[in-house]
Design a protein. Sequence first.
Lengths: 116, 111
Amino acid sequence: GAVVSQHPSWVICKSGTSVKIECRSLDFQATTMFWYRQFPKQSLMLMATSNEGSKATYEQGVEKDKFLINHASLTLSTLTVTSAHPEDSSFYICSARGTSVAYEQYFGPGTRLTVT
Amino acid sequence: EDKVVQSPLSLVVHEGDTVTLNCSYEVTNFRSLLWYKQEKKAPTFLFMLTSSGIEKKSGRLSSILDKKELFSILNITATQTGDSAIYLCAVDDNQGGKLIFGQGTELSVKP
């Protein structure tokens, strides 16, 4: 099956700093990647949709200047949390969708961010 | 507003029991319904359902969709402790692949 990786798997940063999370599709080309956030005991909430070569589309309530998304190639999307605050601490998960007929999404293993 | 509702939110059973998880949805433009299993990390794909009444099966897990009544069920027979996880239901509402997730059902299987 298709494999999606994320890096780092966990990160601790100080309040006010920025953190970059990478999402890579390892064995397929992902025309679309999605970024989700999951708080403890809650479901996945879509933050933004990232299409290769174009600007990301953000969901309502998600600050695009705070969560910068870049989808520079068909195998890589990055999410940068700028000026992180403790309330940004969460589990960030990306998923990638290829061009198969099934339109399945493949999830990365997630990145746990802790802001101190 | 599009929404996906799962029930129950949590469930505790003993090994060998059979469980049924429910997922109902209201979306404007349905394309497919997906079930995922989430343990410590990101969700892993179980099933994708697009047509009513056709059961999908994988080992002890099976799922079926009712597009008239707008719901799906996930059945797990002869449960094992390794089935303990959060089961997520999501609907693709045909907006470029966006998935709308339900709250999840936390299943705990006791030995």
